[in-house]
Design a protein around this ligand. Sequence first.
Ligand SMILES: *Cc1c(COP(=O)(O)O)cnc(C)c1O
Length: 450
Amino acid sequence: METKNRPSIPQLGKFLERDEFIGLNRQTLTLLTRELFEEIRSGKTDASTDNNESVLAQTVLSRLNLLCKDSLVSLINATGIVLHTNLGRSPIEKSILEEMQESIGSYCNLEFDIDTGKRGERYGHLTKKLSFLLGCEDAIVVNNNAAAVFLILNTFATGKETIVSRGELVEIGGSFRIPDVMSASGTILKEIGTTNKTKASDYTAAITPQTAIVMKVHRSNFSVVGFTQEVAFEELIPLAQSNNLIDYYDAGSLNLFDAPYLGNETCAKALFEHSPSLVSFSGDKLLGSVQAGIIAGKKELIDKIKKNQLLRMLRVDKLTMSVLEKTLTRYIQKGPQAIKTHKLLSKTLLEMQIQADSILTRVIHSDKLSVGKTSTYAGGGSLPQHLLESLAIIIEDHPKNAERMIKALRAQGLIARIEKDHVLLDLRSIDDDELSEVATILNTVLEERP
Ligand SMILES: *Cc1c(COP(=O)(O)O)cnc(C)c1O
């Protein structure tokens, strides 16, 4: 047997001088190259004698590219669920991201008062806009709504009781369970009523000198039907305030305005007409912005929250603040139609038919597609009882191919859904500027099929 030719390994320093590596991080290249050379020496990587330096350089470059490839990538949401938590919940208007470069790309006045030249208030930037839109006295923004719940309970009810209806001790999105968050915050949960029925008298009877908060939690992802009763938050406000207690509503997702496509949930303005103590909601649900928790209500209470040391751990960054501010500005200046989430949620069947036509005319094998009515939910713990009508492009194929088809679409960055063994592209969550890409993906995938 012949002894193997020892692969020739280039000298490291000289190898790294190659043209292919110009402009790249020398330290990264050194690490990747050393690793490769070590593999060749130890025989782990097969290196034949014709392994010239250029081939080795290509190997280093392809490993570098693999390492640098974005893990977080853009997808087309054809599930129909506009607020899809796994797909990043609310989309962010492209123009907002562009404007952000201008406002916060360099230094900014995040905690700086330009007038006085002194330290300014991080939370002051959004107060005026939120007060205008919600009709509240004051507001503050934290990391997400889970943080808002935690912070409110921790600020006002540590070691004291918080009254909540048994029918509202919900679990939202896997790891957020109201009873667990309550206990972590240091408050004592006082459950009242039954799963299906809670009356105003249940709240009144539960109040003791230990009570701090009367809390209501929005049933974001389920509904109780049949023999049921609950007390509206509007009713809990006077009940709590006449007993010198704080009324607090974890609204989950709050819409700023009424519209038929939003069902019959109370909008923010209507809620704040009742002067609630505190309300909290997510920034990336119906508000249509970024992950954040908005706490709005009475100024004296917000002031106390600002003094809680834990706020430091839950505070938001300038990126969040900027997206949120620009979203609020769009509501004020142009209205909800300037918010992508609302553009999608409010689309009519006719508008979706036009979208479907626009896709079909661009697809070569459009005979393999049909268009049909379907329905969907807003998602993300919003409007749980409100079914939205929708229109979908259906891929006509043998039912046993559905899984393979949806996987092939996924590989192209298009997330569809399966209904009755057929792959559906639900147009509810597809925006106009994505139509040609959807068509391109369909052409690729339908072409590949046997
Ligand atoms: C969604 C939701 C939360 C959690 O909000 P995040 O912003 O996801 O942290 C809390 N409470 C209710 C009622 C919700 O619907």
